[in-house]
Design a protein around this ligand. Structure first.
Ligand code: SF4
Length: 401
């Protein structure tokens, strides 16, 4: 094919909507109740339901408010705690479907997660579930989750969900302890099949405060490893927005035929992860990859707590209003918490000086957790603004997204 007609895949993707007017995704914490006690739980889940949770009627009102954002409707994720702790879960999914939403559910791997309950979810109208997998073995995963038997239950639910016709997203939290498990978890994702592998970079909030954090350099190594295996499995990051910067850099380096390991100063962790990925056949340069999308806290993403408090993300506890008092559309569009997060010109530190600030912007949740300022620089990013040598290529890549 002549060069002029060859289209290289876009390295990053822009949401096809005005994110100042309508979010790409709404996450509703249906309850904080959950029988598990995971080490990293954002919600600091407890066993009993909070009497102040949104009632069924209030939850339906919330869903109507989501439809007020217009078409296409935002993705609607029902999370927890464990959503199965709500006896009205199936009814809520049914009502969401009737309103034109496509609900996805994030259940916990408790004894309630059975083949029968997954079939009921599907019959009610759910199409996607997400399951957590934080280790490639029962030993690692169950230790992280705090209970024996959770790993096996997760694998069984994964299979049952497929049988029921539900698509499955796998969520993995990266910590110092689990990072060498990533290639083995990736292998499980490839072999068992998943809609998406979402790799979550810890925010030191909730119970996650006590877990070992990665260094900024380790984060670069892991992100580049994830970019590598993105040719084999659909991978996204959560709270590691600089994956978009890495994708843009790798795209430019590949186009120029420059070795990325040296150009990006990748370390021993990257080499070790890459070796293991190669041994498992996880790297196939010829395949297309899922470009990371430019959603960030308050910019395309909104979180509604179990009591109706609205914040830019579940990891960024900055209340901007309550859906019991104000419409979600109004809070999302006009609250200063949200409007400030959508203005990259307000970012400070290295993020404020960075040529990637509009495309990346860093994790606002981590900045807030570490410094108390949601607009401060991302502490887990090692990039020095302006240091990437091919700035013209970069500008072209950014304008093509
Ligand atoms: S300095 Fe901030 S904006 Fe720049 S790449 Fe890092 S996290 Fe992203």
């Amino acid at each position: 094919m002549p060069e002029s007609t060859t289209r290289r895949p876009r390295p990053v993707r822009r949401v096809r909507r005005d994110v100042a007017a309508s979010p790409f995704i709404v996450i509703w914490e249906a309850t904080r109740a959950c029988p598990l006690a995971c080490h990293h739980c954002r919600a600091e889940a407890r066993t009993a339901r909070d009497p102040a949770e949104l009632t069924t009627d209030e939850a339906v009102r919330l869903m109507r408010q989501i439809t007020d954002f217009g078409r296409p409707a935002p993705l609607f994720v029902i999370t927890g705690g464990d959503p199965f702790e709500r006896p009205d879960l199936y009814d809520l999914i049914r009502q969401a479907r009737e309103l034109g939403l496509t609900p996805a559910v994030s259940p916990s791997a408790t004894p309630a997660l059975t083949s029968a309950s997954l079939t009921r979810l599907r019959d009610a109208g759910a199409t996607v579930i997400s399951l957590s997998l934080d280790g490639a073995s029962a030993e690692r995963h169950d230790d992280f989750r705090g209970f024996d038997g959770v790993f096996g239950r997760t694998l069984r639910a994964w299979q049952s969900a497929h049988y029921a016709g539900l698509r499955v997203q796998i969520n993995t939290t990266v910590t110092r302890t689990s990072m060498m498990d990533l290639p083995d978890i990736a292998r499980l994702v490839r072999d068992r099949g998943a809609l998406l592998w979402s790799v979550f970079f810890l925010i030191p909030t909730g119970r996650g405060r006590s877990l070992a954090s990665l260094t900024a350099q380790e984060c670069e190594d892991v992100l580049n490893f994830l970019y590598d295996i993105g040719s084999t499995i659909p991978v996204k990051t959560t709270e590691a927005h600089h994956f978009r910067r890495v994708a843009l850099q790798r795209h430019v380096l590949e186009t120029r035929g420059v070795d990325h390991v040296e150009a990006l100063g990748l370390g021993a962790l990257y080499r070790a992860l890459r070796r293991r990925a190669e041994r498992s056949g996880l790297i196939r340069p010829s395949r297309t990859r899922r470009p990371p999308i430019d959603v960030n806290s308050g910019r395309g993403l909104v979180f509604v707590s179990h009591t109706g408090e609205v914040s830019p993300s579940g990891f960024l506890p900055l209340p901007a209003g309550n859906v019991r008092d104000l419409p979600l559309t109004e809070i999302y569009r006009t609250s200063p918490v949200f409007t400030s997060l959508r203005d990259p010109g307000l970012l400070s530190g290295r993020c404020g000086d960075c040529e990637f600030r509009a495309a990346c912007g860093g994790s606002r949740s981590r900045a807030f957790a570490v410094s108390g300022d949601p607009l401060a620089e991302e502490p887990w990013c090692a990039y020095v603004p302006g240091s990437f040598p091919y700035q013209d290529d970069l500008a072209a890549g950014l304008s093509a997204t």
